[in-house]
Every structure is written in structure tokens, then in C-alpha cells.
Design a binder for this molecule. Sequence first.
Ligand SMILES: Cc1cc2nc3c(=O)[nH]c(=O)nc-3n(C[C@H](O)[C@H](O)[C@H](O)COP(=O)(O)O)c2cc1C
Length: 403
Amino acid sequence: MATQKLAVPPLSSVLNLFDFEAVARRVLTPNAWAYYSSGADDELTLRENHSAFHRIWFRPRVLRNVRDVRLETVFLGSPTKLPIYITATALGKLGHPQGEVALTRAAGTRGIVQMMPTLASCSLDEMMDAAVPGQSQWFQLYVNPNRELTRKIVQHAEARGCKGLFITVDAPALGHREKDMRTKFEIDAPKVQGSVSERTQGAARAISGFIDPTLDWDDIRWFRSITKMPIALKGIQTAEDALLAHQHGIDAIVLSNHGGRQLDTSRSAIEILVEVMSALEHEGIVGKMEVYVDGGFKRGSDIVKALALGATGVGIGRPFLYAMSGYGQEGVERALDLLKDEMEMVMRMLGARSLKELTRSMVITKDLTTHAGVSIRDNLSEQIYEPLAYTSVDPAKLPASKL
Ligand SMILES: Cc1cc2nc3c(=O)[nH]c(=O)nc-3n(C[C@H](O)[C@H](O)[C@H](O)COP(=O)(O)O)c2cc1C
């Protein structure tokens, strides 16, 4: 549980999502910070997710009467006030006593969609009961080898009114999140999927042991037979798999590397988006399947870049967890308000009054796929590596031959 006693700066002094991260780092317990902030292995993908945005530059248009800028759109048939959603992140109560319900309520007041995690600290019913009338929620699924249990969970989510099933496909094995693995898992596990088998190697290992590595494209037909919810695959990372998803009748894909928590040195989510959109265009199927993207989004400009590149919407994980950890529901609402202000400002200066007016020609991506010469700091090895020790020598003590 977070130590909420630590004084936090007034919410009004928080001006961007990085500020929330700085506060969260102080208020979270070391274990909670390790679980939320960790990435896989050397955390290169974790850092690349955000730094990739620095390689995309804008081409703003002018003289377009941008007094009114509109950010509304539709996600899987549900209207949303902003082109972003709160993505699924497990164990909300590590950050705040209300857990994911604080995220539900903030999504409700701001009119956006929440994706509820299988491994939430709160039950699905608690999250759904906390929603305001008309609020849309999606359900993220980790598939259990016990398909009867999986069927029950999915059909319960549908019966409760979930508007989409997001099957996570990027975790057939769990990434080595070493910061997390150094901690012990000491709280109660989410109840839905059976017991905790291993508590000594961090939160992720404790709660995720049940995930089925045999999951296959052939299973999609079975999912179709058990639910009428739109089905999305979360964790697509190549054009090939995006096209396969379309061929299997999938309604939406989430281009994601799981926030850098799975395969280290897999590409940034935004780089995958460029590849996937060009493949969909080549096949003439843009718009036939919704394309979401998550990972490393921290600024309104990051979101606008993804939308200009053709994304239907953007998922955001850690920044909302951090906002919740410091300030609960109000923090998440402020994070959303800050992003909205940033997006509106960027759109005005780009010359786009609505999401439809954001076009591919407004961004330059030629450097995005260039990894040579781009340095992502390798923090871990830089800290551990010790250069050849050099001790200065008193010349008076050197033999005459060395002088
Ligand atoms: C603490 C934490 C827990 C997560 N839990 C899940 C999960 O249970 N299921 C899932 O599909 N993705 C999970 N993710 C991945 C997120 O859904 C999302 O892909 C990622 O956080 C996006 O990157 P961002 O945190 O940089 O916004 C988790 C991410 C974090 C940081």
C-alpha cells in the first residue's frame, strides 16, 4: 500500500505527466515503484518508447481559423471525448487504496474509455459499479489454459456490459523485469485466476503464472463463438501480424510492446504504427480494423503524432498510475485535463480543428526507423561498468628508467 502520509506538492503545481512520475516515485513503497516503473532486461524498449517521439517532427499549416478545436471521436462504437483511453495495468491498489476504481471514476468524469485488467486489485464488478451511466469500459484478458474459466470470465464481462474484449497476445512468457524481481510480493493477489505460486520474485511473477503459452491464431474462432463483444488483440508488433489479425476477423489491434515490459529491444510502439499503417494502406484495408497504440505517451504532442499517422486512439498506462498514486481520482483527472490542453494547443498550432484534419503530411518520420547513431542510455550497464582503475603515481617513487 502506498504511504499516503508523505506530503505531496499541490495538484495545481503539477504541470505535466513527468511531474506526476516524480511525485509517485516519492510516495510509492519501493516494491510498488519497482512493479509500476520496471521494464524488461536493460529497459531499452521502455526508454525507446518515449524517445522515439523525439525523432518525429511536425510540418504545421497556418491560417486555418483554429478557434474551435474538437477532440471527440468514436472507439469501437462508443463515443469518447478524447482520443485516448486508460489502458489495463494490474494491481492498482499498490498505488492507491481505491485501486482501479479511482481510474474508472476519472474516466467517467472525463468521458473516456477505461480498459479494465484481468489482474486488477478491484473486481470487475467493483469497476463496473463505479462507472457513470453511459460510460464505456473494455475488458483486458489474459488467457487461462482452463478455457472453461476463461469462458466464464469473458461472458461475465459481456453480461456486465463491457464494450470490447482485448486479448493480450504479447505475454506467452513473462519479461524479466529485474527491478521488480528483486522484491517480494507481499499483498493479496487478484482472486480471479487461482493462487500465487511464487512470491520471492516480484509482483509480476507472483500473479501471472497462469497465462497460457499455447495461445494461437486458431483460438480466435473459439473466442468468436463465446462472445459477441468486439475482439481486439493487444500486443501486435509487426505488419504481418496486423494483416493476420484482419484475416481472422479481428475488430481492433493494439500496437504495443507492453510498455517495454516484455521483449527488450523490440521496437517502439510508434515505429510499429508507421509500418502497420503502410501495410494496411497497401492492402486497401485502412479503416476496416481499428488501430490503437500504447507505450511511452507522455505529451499531447506524442498523441497528436500517433493520430496524424493514422491511429484510431492512444492507450496510456503508467502516467495514470503515477497520477493516481500521488493524488487518487483527482490526480488522474488533472492528468487528463493537462493532456487535453496540450493536445488542443498542438492541434491549433498544427492547423487541425478536428482529428480528421490531422494528416500524415503533418509529420516527418524519416528518422524514426533510424536506430544507428541514436543513443538510448543503457543505464544499467553504465552504472555497473567500472573502467580500468587508474591510480596516480608519485613520480618520486618511480624507478629512473620510467621517468
Ligand atoms: C504496472 C503495469 C501493469 C500492467 N499490467 C498489464 C496487464 O495486466 N495486462 C496487459 O495487457 N498489459 C499490462 N500492462 C501494459 C499496459 O497495458 C500498456 O501496454 C503499457 O503500460 C503502455 O505503456 P505506458 O505505461 O508507457 O503508457 C501493464 C503495464 C504496467 C506499467
